[in-house]
Design a protein around this ligand. Structure first.
Ligand SMILES: [Zn+2]
Length: 606
C-alpha cells in the first residue's frame, strides 16, 4: 500500500478477486481467483470483511465447495489489508504444521502483495516460523485444538477454527477448545471468528450445534423451469435404473426435472436467506455438494458416490457428512428391537459349538448377594468364528445367593467341561468372564483365583466412553466393602460402552450375531433393555447407555462379558493368526463323531 491508507470498504471477496492467485500445486483450477466461479462463497467471505458487523461466521460446508479457499482468502485479506493479531486453529498441532507448510507458504509465495509482507521462514530473525508469521501490523499464530497452551496464547482479534468437528471435546482438562480460543478475542470490539467444518455425528457435531444457534442461512437458487427460488435438497435428486448419468433435479414447486447444466445460471442468481432469527452477531451457512460448480462435482458424481456407499454404514456416513454436509444419526440401539431379533432366529442346535466357530467364551453376570431377592447368576455361552461372527450356544440362570459356595459349584458343573463341536470333538471355554461389580465381590475374586488355569477371570465393567473392550488386569487388595484381601486379586476392566456400541452396530447392519430358535422372548427383552440416551456433561452432549426403567438386562451384560472374553484371547494369541491357531487346535484332537451326551442336562432352563 506504500503509505496509502487501505480502502476501508474493501471486502474479502473484492480483495481476493484483485489479488489472490491459485497455485497449480494446490488448486485444480490455477490462475486468478474468481468469486463468480463459486458465488455462494461471496457472502460468508464478506461477513469477515472489516466493514461487516458480523462477529462470528459458521460454515457447515460439503467437501469440494471451496470452503478451504474462502478461509485462505480471509488470511490473505488480513495480512494485506486489515492487519491484526490472528489465531489459526487446526484439530491438532501436527495438522497446523502441515497447513503452514502446504497451504500458507503457497498462499504467501504465490500472492505478490503478500510475499513482501512476510519474510521467508529461512532467515532466523524474520519473526517467521512454522507456527508464527509476523507481518506489518499483525501476527498469525498457528496451533492445534489439542494444545491448551497454544489456545491460551496472546489476545487475538481474528480467530479461524478449521474442521472444528475434529476438535477434542476437552483439551488438557481445561475444557472446550473453541471457547478457550474464543476467549482470546473478547477484548476486541471488532473481532471476527470463523468456524468451518464438514459435520459428523448428530448431536455430537460442533459445527451443526453452531449452525443451529446461528440464523441458519441456506442458498436459494432459481428453478430453470419456473424461476421459483429454493435451496437444493438431496431428496429431490432423481435417477433411473441405478444409472448416475440420468441424475436430474425435480423442482419442489413445478415438479419439472432438469440437469446440472443449469448450475452456472442457478449459482449466479442464487442468494443466501436466513431461516432462523439473527442474534446480531452470528451468521451461519450450510451448503451441500449439490451446489459444487460444474467441473468440480456433478450430480452424476454424487449419485455414483451414493450408490457405492448406500449399503455400507461407514461409507454412507462419509457420504452424508462430506457430500451432503449433514450430520449422521448413529443411534443403532433404538432401531434394534426384541421382535426384530426374534424374527431372525435360526435353526441350529443349542448347547453345541457351530461348525464355523472356533472359540468359546462365557459371560457370567452376578445378581444380588447376601440373601437379597433375585439372587442368581446369569450365564451366556457364546461361540465365535472368523470376523467375530458369534452364536449364542447356551443361556441360563443359576438361582441362589452368590455369597454361598453351592451356587459356584453349580457353575463349575455347567461350564468347566468340554462343549461338543458340530464337527466332532469339542473344547472347554477359552474364557469365562465373571462380573465382580456386584455384592459378591470377594466370592468372585476367590472363584477366579482358584480357576485361573481354567481361563476364569474376574472383570469389572467401566461405563466411560472410549475404553478398550478389555483392558490390562489390575491387582486389587481391598474389595468394594473395604475388606483386606488375603492374596489380592486380578481384575480386568471391561469397556461396556464400547462393546455395546460395537455389537449393536453389527446387530443393526450385518447380523453377525446368531440366535437359535429356542431362545425365549424374555432373552431378547433383556438384550435390548438399554438405549443410548443423550446426556450433557460440562455442556457437551454424550451418549450413554441407560437401562429402560424396571427392565432386566442380564442377557446384555452376559453378551458384553462374553465378548470381552473374546478380546481377552487377543491378548494371549497373535491376533493375525488367532483363528488359524484355534481351528488347528480342534483338528489335532481325535474326531469323536458322537456328540457328547452330557449336553442334554444343560438345555436352557428358560
Ligand atoms: Zn420449478
Amino acid at each position: 500500500m506504500n503509505g496509502l491508507r487501505p480502502d476501508p470498504v474493501l471486502t474479502v471477496s473484492e480483495w481476493a478477486d484483485a489479488h489472490r492467485r491459485l497455485s497449480s500445486k494446490a488448486s485444480a483450477e490455477p490462475g486468478p481467483w474468481r468469486t463468480n466461479r463459486t458465488p455462494y462463497l461471496k457472502e460468508p467471505m464478506d461477513c469477515l470483511s472489516t466493514n461487516s458487523g458480523i462477529q462470528r461466521v459458521v460454515m457447515m460446508f460439503a467437501a469440494q465447495t471451496g470452503k478451504t479457499e474462502s478461509g485462505s482468502n480471509w488470511l490473505g485479506y488480513v495480512i494485506a489489508h486489515a492487519p491484526g493479531p490472528m489465531l489459526l486453529v487446526q484439530p491438532t498441532v501436527e495438522m497446523a504444521k502441515r497447513l503452514s507448510k502446504q497451504r500458507l507458504e503457497s498462499l504467501i509465495s504465490e500472492t505478490p502483495c503478500l510475499n513482501d509482507k512476510i519474510a521467508p521462514s529461512r532467515s532466523r530473525d524474520s519473526g517467521n516460523t512454522m507456527l508464527a508469521k509476523e507481518f506489518p501490523g499483525g501476527m498469525m499464530l498457528l496451533t492445534g485444538a489439542n494444545s491448551a497452551t497454544g489456545l491460551r496464547s496472546t489476545p487475538c482479534r481474528y480467530i479461524f477454527m478449521d474442521e472444528v468437528d475434529a476438535f477434542p471435546a476437552d483439551v488438557d482438562g481445561e475444557g472446550d477448545p473453541v471457547s478457550l480460543a474464543e476467549k482470546r478475542a473478547t477484548t476486541f470490539a471488532r473481532r471476527k471468528i470463523l468456524l468451518t467444518s464438514t459435520p459428523t455425528v448428530k448431536d455430537f457435531s460442533r459445527i451443526e450445534a453452531e449452525y443451529l444457534r446461528s440464523d441458519q442461512r441456506r442458498f436459494y437458487v432459481p428453478c430453470p423451469k419456473c424461476g421459483v427460488k429454493e435451496w437444493l435438497k438431496w431428496a429431490q435428486l432423481k435417477w433411473e435404473n441405478n444409472d448416475p448419468n440420468t441424475a436430474q433435479y425435480e423442482c419442489e414447486h413445478c415438479g419439472e426435472r432438469f440437469s446440472d447444466i443449469h448450475k452456472p445460471m442457478m449459482l449466479r442468481e442464487g442468494e443466501w436467506r436466513a431461516t432462523a432469527p439473527f442474534d446480531g452477531k452470528t451468521a451461519g451457512f450450510q451448503l451441500s455438494g449439490l451446489y459444487s460448480p460444474l467441473g468440480w462435482l456433478s450430480w452424476a458424481d454424487m449419485v455414483d458416490d451414493f450408490l457405492r456407499a448406500k449399503s455400507d454404514a461407514p461409507m454412507l456416513k462419509s457420504f452424508v457428512n462430506t457430500r451432503l454436509a449433514e450430520t449422521w444419526e448413529e443411534d443403532y440401539a433404538s432401531k434394534v428391537d426384541a421382535a426384530g431379533l426374534i424374527d431372525k432366529c435360526e435353526h441350529y442346535e443349542p448347547g453345541i459349538i457351530p461348525a464355523d466357530a472356533w472359540a468359546l467364551t462365557v459371560g457370567v453376570d452376578v445378581q444380588g448377594g447376601g440373601g437379597s431377592i433375585g439372587d442368581r447368576l446369569a450365564i451366556s455361552v457364546w461361540a465365535w468364528g472368523r470376523e467375530e461372527e458369534g452364536w449364542l450356544v447356551h443361556h441360563q440362570e443359576i438361582f441362589g445367593d452368590p455369597c454361598r459356595a453351592d451356587v459356584w459349584k453349580q457353575l463349575d458343573e455347567l461350564l468347566l467341561r468340554e462343549w461338543p463341536h458340530a464337527n466332532g470333538g469339542g473344547f472347554r471355554p477359552d474364557a469365562v468372564c465373571v462380573d465382580s461389580g456386584g455384592h459378591a465381590t470377594a466370592e468372585v475374586y476367590q472363584y477366579a483365583r482358584e480357576r485361573g488355569r481354567q481361563n476364569v477371570i474376574a472383570i469389572k465393567g467401566q461405563s466411560q466412553r472410549g475404553k478398550a473392550p478389555i483392558g490390562k488386569a489390575a491387582k486389587v487388595d481391598i474389595n468394594s466393602k473395604g475388606q483386606q484381601l488375603k492374596r489380592g486379586a486380578l481384575v480386568y476392566p471391561v469397556g461396556g460402552d464400547t462393546i455395546k456400541t460395537t455389537l449393536f452396530a453389527r446387530l443393526k447392519h450385518n447380523e453377525a450375531l446368531h440366535f437359535h430358535m429356542g431362545t425365549p422372548a424374555e432373552y431378547f427383552e433383556q438384550l435390548t433393555a438399554e438405549k443410548q440416551a443423550l446426556k450433557y456433561v460440562k455442556g457437551f452432549p454424550v451418549r450413554e447407555w441407560v437401562k429402560k426403567p424396571g427392565a432386566r438386562n442380564e442377557a446384555l451384560d452376559c453378551l458384553v462379558y462374553a465378548y470381552a472374553g473374546l478380546n481377552w484371547l487377543y491378548q494371549r494369541y497373535d491376533r493375525r493368526t488367532i483363528w488359524d491357531q484355534l481351528e488347528r487346535r480342534l483338528e489335532s484332537k481325535p474326531k469323536a463323531k458322537a456328540v457328547l451326551k452330557s449336553s442334554k442336562p444343560f438345555v436352557s432352563n428358560w
